[in-house]
Design a protein around this ligand. Sequence first.
Ligand SMILES: Nc1ncnc2c1ncn2[C@@H]1O[C@H](COP(=O)(O)OP(=O)(O)O)[C@@H](O)[C@H]1O
Ligand SMILES: [Mg+2]
Length: 231
Amino acid sequence: MVRVDHLSYNFGEYWALKDVSFSLEKGGFLFLTGHSGAGKTTLLRLLYGAMPMIRGRAKVAGFELSRLRKRHIPELRRRVGVVFQDFKILPNRTVFDNVAMALEVRGMPRQHLERRVRAIVRALGLETKSYTPCRRLSGGEQQRVAIARSMVANPELILADEPTGNLDVELTMHLMEIFKQFNTYGTTIIMATHSREVLECVPEARILHLRDGRAVSPDGDPIDDDEEDEA
Ligand SMILES: Nc1ncnc2c1ncn2[C@@H]1O[C@H](COP(=O)(O)OP(=O)(O)O)[C@@H](O)[C@H]1O
Ligand SMILES: [Mg+2]
């Protein structure tokens, strides 16, 4: 589903990713760990086609990113659900509308869409807020809307950047169960996290530990002790 070969990425002088390689089979679950600034977000954004490939190769859901044409990006994105910190929900639209949007862009008929949206909104415990504009939700609730939106279309791959960063432990555990359920049904998941609790939710997952842009083997502890919370 995802294959990354010798991927490097720089912002000016600074190399945020250095020669990263890994692959993840369909239905796999991979955690990206590493301290703040290690390159997790950069890697996820590259995999979504949100930034140009500079050096190395990556293949995602059948798309070779280094040869990706602009017109193929929407097609890639229909197959990938994302939870990104800077990929905000629309504050003046309701929870329902924000989630439904992910299906509308895929051309799903309204009637079919409503059932799917209601089910995922309920699964994420947002049903009492369905018709509330998102600007009136708490940060944690907005984060759940973003997760619902990433999942509603049953994507082949979910890229999630610290999706439970603002949430308490109980809700984190609940959401991890939902991610795991999707994974059980065959959705491939790559999730960046700082949290040991999150890692422990999926003991069978693989771990790619980044340190200053390099993939290092996580023998020992995949959570750096000098971590800082960037949320
Ligand atoms: N737009 C940008 N311009 C310059 N440097 C950036 C930019 N985005 C990220 N960086 C730098 O790249 C490194 C990796 O960042 P990031 O991928 O966000 O790490 P993480 O998600 O692991 O915290 C950091 O040193 C960060 O400061
Ligand atoms: Mg990040």
